[in-house]
Design a protein around this ligand. Structure first.
Ligand code: MSP
Length: 652
């Protein structure tokens, strides 16, 4: 590859669900990859966005009592707002409802139609609304007729539709995949597609009757039909670049790399390259396919209801630790289990004990033994040199691991080096050397270990941008952007004794911290004010525990929330289950107000909740927060705000 340029894309996410760990993973991977390439001097472009047409979105909007556009605007915004909060910095965010996208879809369709690549025909098939696609009986055979992703039975649909002559490009596609072994990677997914392509490929149905599905891009040559969502969505990768004659298109399309999970392999590995070929465009360079984050037995998915909220986890452990865990735990291409125990273990061992400990020891010893300045490394012994060689080898190998999608390896090898540095400091015993009057040797040891630590921080910077920048600043350093500099440490620079970079977190604590408002794990235990309020809403008198300080009160995260859904809880006469909108996220809470309020009265109300209360299970439902109400004898009145108050607004 001659040019140092790369174009990275995530899937554009459906807006019928709020972002979860699965979406966050792909988007964080692209952000990390982008930051590594930027470090290596590449010109990078990183696209993400939302996929907003189709039956699923239309139905979800109806359930919320909104128009599809209102609904899509609101939900798309949740994705757009979340990414910066996870330190993700896309170059652009595309929505399929934007005119810049719709124009390109229609133009490509018209062109294909004009050239006879699209024809009209009657069609019948088994259709899964969740996947927005037809399934063949063979595909469903293994799952007993159920959609493998949604565990629902696809329904038989028959209609006249437009078809793209995809089968004409089967031979070309097979040859292209064979000639370019890393076109689809890792290899297992390439093999999966090649074996799929060993059978005859059918043409692709690219329309849906507008009478059945009005929410889509009308076909330019027949307004009675809208474009099939996948045909619409895939085009985002070029519409965002301003195809056909945008400057960005010329610059970045030749270096396109798509990142997806295996759920959407076929549209990306079969539909998209054949669409590109038919439209006269070059194929993308790589399709990088990762596995699923599983939660228990099943893939994490909104429709299955087993999702982890990225922000909750970021609140507990910090954004950088979340990014670290996701990148370290998953071997790109394979499935991984999302398990908070594993997260907690990695956090405490890799980040608190290995990296954090190394940095606090070094900065504290430099304070104590070297007058708070980076000491010189005068006479390096063989062991000192070997240690630096070890970490420099990681720097040399990192670009290849990056190219091979071995992100976990970059991290693991760096952590191995960090562990070696810790062992080195322990083994050299600077405190004993100091006592023995060997000051020069103390300086050399601390110099070598700091140099290694500063290299490790640079290697981890794309994964943990904020924490590594903070730690580098303790040595008076910042990264220049000109690559990893093994000589970045500056002798004589003032060093501050760093804070604890990653405070230890016990798993038990995190259940409470899950509701904490701030990003800091220090909010992990917020005991007393919370239990008082809990008692009060149970109807018991406020215990006479005396005054609370302002600091105690300030720990309470009171927020305005809009009730978006409300349900009776079967078998519980007092409980109502609410889905509330807190601005950045939606949550479920369970409240004992069924005797005063009917579910339908509650929807749309703007209430006040304690957002950082430890979750509780009530009748099997998790309640993440508590609403506030006034208790007037037997009567109970919800504390509300007027409807103009935005969900998520802080109450103080
Ligand atoms: N809108 C389509 C994609 C169109 S791209 C032209 C779509 N959207 S989606 O919201 O369902 O997102 C699917 C993608 O989200 C996956 O390919 C993956 O990137 C991410 N993930 C969603 N759940 C996931 C897991 N449980 N595990 C890993 N990644 C997952 O499909």
């Amino acid at each position: 590859m001659a040019e140092k340029r790369i174009y990275l894309t995530t899937p554009i996410y459906y807006v019928n669900a709020l972002p979860h760990i699965g979406h966050a993973y792909t988007t964080i991977v692209c952000d990390v990859v982008r930051r590594y390439y930027r470090l290596l001097g590449y010109d990078t472009y990183f696209l993400t966005g939302t996929d907003e047409h189709g039956t699923k979105i239309m139905q979800a909007a109806e359930r919320q009592g909104e128009t599809p556009k209102q609904y899509a605007d609101r939900m798309s915004q949740a994705f757009r707002d979340l990414w910066p909060r996870l330190s993700i910095e896309p170059s652009d965010f595309i929505r399929t409802t934007e005119p810049r996208h719709e124009t390109v879809v229609r133009r490509i369709l018209q062109d294909l139609h004009d050239r006879g690549e699209i024809y009209f025909e009657k069609y019948g098939g088994l259709y899964c609304v969740g996947c927005e696609r037809f399934y063949t009986e063979t595909e469903l055979a293994a799952t007993g007729g159920y959609c493998p992703d949604h565990q629902t039975k696809p329904t038989w649909i028959e209609e006249q539709n437009y078809f793209f002559r995809m089968s004409n490009y089967q031979k070309w596609l097979v040859e292209h995949i064979r000639a370019n072994p890393d076109f689809i990677r890792p290899e297992r997914y390439r093999n999966e597609i090649l074996s799929f392509l060993a059978e005859p490929l059918r043409d692709l149905c690219i329309s849906r009757p507008a009478s059945r599905l009005p929410w889509g891009i009308p076909l330019p040559f027949d307004e009675n039909y809208v474009t099939y969502v996948w045909f619409d969505a895939l085009v985002n990768y070029v519409s965002a670049l301003g195809w056909p004659d945008g400057e960005k298109f010329a610059r970045y399309w030749p270096v396109a790399e798509h990142y997806i999970a295996k759920d959407i392999l076929k549209p990306h590995a079969v539909y998209w390259p054949t669409m590109l070929k038919a439209a006269g465009l070059a194929p993308y360079r790589h399709l990088n396919v990762h596995g699923y984050w599983n939660y228990g037995e099943l893939k994490m998915s909104k429709s299955l209801g087993n999702v982890a909220s990225p922000l909750d986890l970021a609140h507990i452990y910090g954004v950088d630790a979340l990014r670290y865990f996701l990148l370290r735990e998953m071997v790109f291409g394979l499935d991984a289990a999302f398990d908070e125990q594993a997260f907690n273990d990695r956090y405490n061992s890799n980040l608190a004990d290995d990296l954090g400990n190394l940095l606090s020891r070094l900065t504290a010893m430099i304070q104590r033994y070297c007058d708070g300045r980076v000491p010189p490394g005068r006479a390096l012994e063989r062991g000192d040199q070997a240690l630096l060689t070890l970490i420099e080898a990681v720097v040399r190998s990192a670009p290849q691991w990056l190219a091979d999608l071995k992100f976990h390896q970059i991290i693991e090898e760096t952590l191995q080096a960090v562990r070696s540095l810790n062992r080195y400091v322990t083994g050299q015993e600077p405190w004993a050397l100091m006592k023995a009057g060997k000051r020069e040797r103390v300086e050399t040891v601390l110099h070598v270990a700091s140099r290694g630590a500063v290299i490790a921080l640079q290697l981890l910077a794309p994964v943990m941008p904020a924490k590594t920048a903070e730690a580098l600043s303790w040595f008076g350093l910042e990264m220049s952007g000109g690559g990893i500099d093994t000589q970045l440490l500056k002798v004589g620079a003032p060093v501050v004794a760093g804070n604890v970079l990653f405070p230890k977190i016990r798993l038990g604590q995190t259940e409470e911290a899950g509701q904490a408002a701030g990003p800091s794990p220090a909010k992990a235990s917020i005991q007393s004010p919370k239990s008082k309020i809990q008692n009060e809403t149970k109807g018991t008198p406020m215990p006479e525990t005396g005054e609370v300080t302002f600091e105690e009160f300030a720990k309470m995260d009171l927020r305005v929330a809009r009730v978006v859904e409300a349900y009776a809880v079967e078998g519980a006469t007092k409980l109502v289950r609410l889905i509330i909108d807190l601005g950045a996220e939606k949550r479920q809470i369970v409240a004992g107000i069924a005797q005063q309020y009917k579910p339908e009265q509650l929807v749309g109300m703007s209430i006040v909740v304690v957002a950082n209360l430890a979750p509780r299970k009530l009748r099997g439902f998790e309640s993440k927060g508590m609403l506030l109400a006034a208790h007037d004898g037997e009567a109970l009145r919800l504390i509300t705000t007027d409807a103009n108050c935005a969900p998520g607004s802080k109450v103080s």
